[in-house]
Design a protein around this ligand. Structure first.
Ligand code: 13P
Length: 340
């Protein structure tokens, strides 16, 4: 492992004012997104949609890296250019989702563990050859009356750490993504407790697997109440509680933390990130690695019609710029109003 090179990539992924575009929706997830805008989920439509994002020259200025789904890595744009070359030309680093989804954990009703470790090193070698320099693996922890169990937290943390070690051995920076879902009816303090537990367990397992923290990027959830709780926390509370948990759990050796949006509204995801960066004096860079919070607006504007491409690219550019400012703690709410 060349740690200096891994560290350089990780630092570039969280460079000031830049963040990651998570465009790695699996075939089932992208179908859900396309269904919502009445677009047929064909290979060509998936290609056209993603090509449109990667060709948003202005928006890509705030994007340090793009997480791809396997299919996209090998796709060519209409003019024959490889999509991965469009990304690189835009100054972003190509990344890849390598987990193979989640499976039920025996004896743990309602809980899942992420799978895909078998033959992962072979896949990583192939991806590195294709120009991929970072990867993503997501562990999903649901919160409910009797969950999560220790079985679920430890199994997911262990898998994340095994994945991270295999990535580093292949000269690929692992995005370590332990996600506490915001789907439940739990309050913000429960989210805080479960997230702290999951992060502590994850860093313990990373240590056991001898993962070099200087060569990873952490992708956690923010500390928010569950969607079904009927409560909403203030921007200040989310920012304070998220930073408190991260300071307690994430060593300063980690170059950067790139949040997932997890189902927050576009503007909440931006406002929360901005408020955390306004605190200043943090041991790691704090930025975004958003899927929905970067893509919901362009998807709606596009609706599968070629005549809407420019409007969709403007919508994507706007969100990328707002989040780029939030990564610097320089976002202002009137910038959203002006755009509207
Ligand atoms: P969201 O920002 O939509 O949560 O997606 C990020 C991601 O990559 C989830 O794994």
């Amino acid at each position: 492992m060349n740690l200096a090179e891994l560290n350089k990539i990780a630092e570039a992924m969280v460079a000031p004012g830049k963040g990651i575009l998570a465009a790695d929706e699996s075939s089932t997830t992208i179908k859900k997104r396309f269904d919502a805008i009445n677009v047929e989920c064909t290979e060509d439509n998936r290609r056209d949609y993603r090509e449109m994002l990667f060709r948003s020259a202005e928006g890509m200025k705030n994007i340090s890296g793009v997480i791809l789904f396997d299919e996209t890595l090998w796709q060519k744009a209409k003019d024959g250019t490889a999509l991965v070359d469009i990304i690189t030309k835009a100054g972003a680093i190509p990344g890849i989702k390598v987990d193979e989804g989640a499976q039920p954990i025996p004896n743990c009703p309602g809980e899942v563990v992420t799978v895909g470790l078998d033959r992962l090193s072979e896949r990583l070698a192939k991806y590195h050859k294709a120009g991929v320099r970072f990867a993503k693996w997501r562990g999903i922890i649901d919160v409910g009356p009797h969950i999560p169990s220790y079985t679920c937290v430890s199994a997911n943390a262990h898998a994340l750490a095994r994945y991270a070690a295999l990535c580093q051995a292949a000269q690929i920076v692992p995005i370590v993504e332990p996600e506490v879902l915001m789907d439940g009816a739990h309050d913000i303090d429960t989210c805080m407790q479960v997230s702290e537990w999951l992060l502590k367990e994850t860093f313990q397992q990373l240590y056991y697997q001898k993962v070099a923290l200087e060569g990873i990027v952490l992708k956690p959830n923010m500390i928010v109440p569950g969607k079904k709780s009927g409560t909403k926390a203030s921007v200040e509370e989310v920012a304070e509680k998220t930073v408190k948990v991260l300071k307690a759990c994430v060593p300063g050796a980690v170059p950067g933390i790139a949040f997932l949006s997890g189902g927050q509204s576009d503007e909440d995801a931006t406002a929360h990130l901005d408020a955390m960066n306004k605190f200043g004096n943090l041991p790691w860079a704090l930025t975004f690695s958003y899927g929905r919070a970067l893509q919901a607006a362009p998807q709606k504007a596009w609706a599968g019609k070629s005549e809407n491409v420019a409007a969709a690219q403007r919508a994507f550019t706007h969100r990328a710029k707002m989040n780029g400012l939030a990564a610097l703690g320089q976002w202002k709410q009137d910038l959203e109003k002006k755009a509207a």
